[in-house]
Write a protein that binds this ligand. Structure first.
Ligand code: NAD
Length: 376
């Protein structure tokens, strides 16, 4: 069994799909491991560290590989180099990208989307959404603090008192919770909101205050899978009125609100941004799905009357070394389930719920039920 670690061809992607630690683990599983030169450079891992861990560093790494691991979905030029029947495991971003999935199917490889991993106890260690969102939540606060011209903690000095920054976190999933915790560690006064009632207790346990319209709809606003539902127009209007008043008084806003398979909900209007004091900073972690903040631009910092709206994409990638090492562990834990421990050969159980949930293509066809071609 040969496992290859691909170098990302997308220049804006600094992460890598393996660490020296996971290379050793793959070797212990009985695999030969090869890596493309420079794959870890942007994450601070030189080729020599991968060599020391037992990997072969070679431009031909993916040739003949049985499993290719990557961060991002492979493009046509990459697919052309993979052998038919190989498994390719990455963050595939399949929603709305059916044409790209068709190309992967046509290349005859079996693609697995790590972000479709079910959120069950057994797969927690493979949960890339959590490992990456956690770092993005942390980094969003660091970006905000860097762009904010004032201090976060309250400081009482002989020269006067600096008040604590007021931070408002909108959307309290994995990223939001880490944003709250990070802002609290920096000494900010933190409030947070979410449409899922279960988050109230989590917010309060981190020492922040919860803000939401807590009506009947709110009490039922969580799916069985623990995700947010899209709220009614009426609820959104009530919630917007409540948050509009609150936003006027905030220094920093971090938005993280997402609904699986849907565009991100619009939570902050341009009018709300205009109501904030100059010097305030907003960070929109939902920008890649359309954004929670009106006026946010992907990959840019927009200045609106002295208020900055940060729309950085791939925020986890801005903590590339940590993000890579956690992603690498997520991948290893999944791949371990695809290997027969006795024969040390690849033995995919296509009926396993983890495989069923993540497998996008196989034998030349798109097999995932959510991404079937329209004519099928
Ligand atoms: P997410 O990234 O899908 O969304 C971020 C947050 O935005 C969610 O908390 C969501 O409720 C919120 N949101 C959506 N619409 C909103 C709106 N209009 N206003 C305010 N907030 C809004 O969420 P996530 O981080 O993936 O977490 C979703 C759930 O999955 C949570 O319950 C989390 O605890 C759970 N989870 C479970 C596991 C596991 O069991 N393995 C792992 C990670 C997360």
């Amino acid at each position: 069994m040969k496992i290859a670690i691909a170098k990302e061809i997308d220049e804006s992607e600094p992460r890598v799909a393996a660490s020296p630690d996971t290379v050793k683990k793959f070797k212990a599983l009985g695999a030969d491991v090869a890596i493309e030169p420079g794959a870890g450079t942007k994450s601070g891992v030189p080729d020599s560290d991968f060599t020391a861990a037992g990997a072969l560093v070679s431009p031909e790494a993916v040739k003949d590989a049985d499993i290719i691991i990557k961060v991002r979905r492979p493009e046509a030029s990459e697919l052309a180099r993979y052998k038919r029947g190989a498994l390719v495991i990455a963050i595939m971003d399949p929603y709305g990208n059916e044409a790209a999935l068709k190309k992967i199917a046509d290349a005859g490889v079996s693609a697995f989307a790590m972000e479709l991993m079910p959120r069950i106890t057994r797969a927690q260690v493979m949960d890339v959404l959590s490992s990456q969102a956690n770092l993005a939540g942390y980094r969003a606060v660091i970006e905000a603090a860097e762009a904010f011209g004032r201090a976060f903690p309250m400081m009482m000095t002989a020269a006067g008192t600096v008040p604590a920054a007021k931070v408002f976190v909108m959307g309290v999933g994995v990223a939001g919770l880490q944003a709250i915790a990070t802002a609290r560690r920096l000494g900010a006064a933190v409030t947070a909101t979410d449409v899922r009632p279960a988050t109230k207790e989590q917010v309060e346990s981190l020492g922040a205050k919860f803000l939401a319209v807590e009506d009947e709809e709110f009490k039922n606003a969580q799916t069985a899978g623990g995700y947010a539902k899209e709220m009614s127009k009426e609820y959104q209007a009530k919630q917007a009125a409540l948050t509009a008043e609150h936003i006027k008084k905030q220094d920093i806003i971090i938005t993280t609100a997402l609904i699986p398979g849907r565009p991100a909900p619009r939570l902050v209007t341009a009018e709300m941004v205009r109501s904030m004091k100059p010097g305030s900073v907003l960070v929109d972690l939902a920008v890649e799905r359309g954004g929670n903040i009106e006026g946010v631009q992907a990959g840019k910092v927009v200045d609106l009357n002295g208020v900055k709206i940060i729309g950085f994409t791939n925020v986890a990638g801005r903590v590339a070394a940590s993000a890579s090492s956690l992603y690498a562990r997520n991948l290893f834990s999944f791949i371990e389930t695809l290997v027969d421990k006795t024969t040390k050969a690849l033995a995919v159980n296509w009926d396993d719920e983890l495989v069923k949930a993540t497998a996008l293509t196989r034998d030349g066809a798109v097999i995932h039920p959510n991404f079937q071609p329209k004519s099928a």
